[in-house]
Design a binder for this molecule. Sequence first.
Ligand code: NDP
Ligand code: HSE
Length: 444
Amino acid sequence: MPATDGIPQSPLQIAIVGMGNVGTGVAKILIEQADRIAHRAGRPVVVKHAIVKDETKSRDIVLPPGVLSSDLSRVLNDPTVTVAVETIGGLHPAKETVLALLKAGKDVVTANKALLCEYGHELFGTARELGRTIAFEAAVAGGIPIIAAVGQSMAANQIIGIQAILNGTSNYILTEMQLYGRSYAAALKQAQDLGYAEADPSLDVNGTDAAQKLSILVQLAFGTKLAVADFPVVGIDAVDQTDIRCAEELGYTIKLLASAKLTGKHIELSVRPTLVKKDRPLSQIPGPFNAILLEGDMVGPVWYSGRGAGQLPTASAVTADIIDIAVGRAQLTFSRLDLWREKPAFTNLGLDDYTSRYFLRLKVEDKPRVMADITGILGKHGISLASVIQPETPEVDSAAANVPVVPLIIMTHRTTAGQLAAANRDFDKLPAIHHPRVCLAVAD
Ligand code: NDP
Ligand code: HSE
């Protein structure tokens, strides 16, 4: 084919399987920015097939006639289509779809972290056997090029630490609760309406989505496969306004923090609501933004931030993968990614040995000896106190039948999860400590 402005006219024909929020964004970029994409990909990129579940649904995009269908076999049987985007989401039929696409000779781009976390080993193995590529920049932190950063740009380093905000929905909810006093339920509904949340939003708010992304980053950074069940994962669903206000008064913001730290041969990783000092950049990441602080042993700290969810930011990363495949970069990167070593160099630290500082919020009966009992239990388990705050309450008649219940905030020095669990078991035996008890990590 003759070239115009150096761009050959034979197009790269692609399929998008899953035309929801993200798939539609990819089609929009490819159609509305066609010249830019053609220039960067070295040839026009054309959506030949767009596959959905329900063809009758109204769509936020107009596609040329004959492109939209619910028949995947049109893609599988079309040899002119060499790249397919999987934006169905979830595990099934996404897994079967990606395997079928690879077997039909297509390179695959996916934004599906749940799929890679659960079946990455099998899918990557199949792609390698078949000489195909799987590109997945959008699977972690939406529009932030973090896969390229960890997989390629920091290749001279051993990454020794990751601290990150990886779920846009949770960060959006926490921001709305903190800055505007909005309720958890109203903020979640808004995140869903804005297209940030997963089809099943419980995966966002219970920490699973961030944990899947952390697991992928850990595999790239440390060559170690750890499933979400292998490390502590706590969501924001239990965080309430009281915790947000208490943390604020102490000079902290609560963030759903995903962190991984290398100590010797061991990795310590977790996803949990965490108090982050207000002067730290991570505490100031708003709304659907994500942020990742990587620590390399050669380069030191490197900081990434941007939109971690939403249609065009995510589609931006998917489109970059399509361009990388078009110019041959993705194949090269994929063949060299350090994924899932047979004998990982690093292993998970025993969960009881994980260490952190903690914020404890207890509801306690305001009567003699309670404080002594609590500090006694913490002392017995070797937990050192950094501060204790019990707001002053009005004097009550000591002969009254009902003892008032007051909040007690304790900040601990660094301790192990095992020590804290043992103290909590002893707290269970004290009737003067009421439920619920809140225990949040404090970031270093
Ligand atoms: P949506 O739920 O909006 O879209 C899913 C799409 O898949 C729909 O078009 C649906 O069809 C289609 N689909 C469902 N089942 C099938 C099937 N069996 N065969 C063909 N198509 C099917 O999801 P999102 O676009 O929000 O997310 C897609 C992926 O991107 C997920 O893996 C998600 O984790 C990931 N992601 C999402 C981000 C975001 O901000 N939303 C950010 C980063 C990653 P129909 O339209 O007919 O119902
Ligand atoms: N539901 C995800 C989030 C989408 O809120 O971060 C991006 O992966």
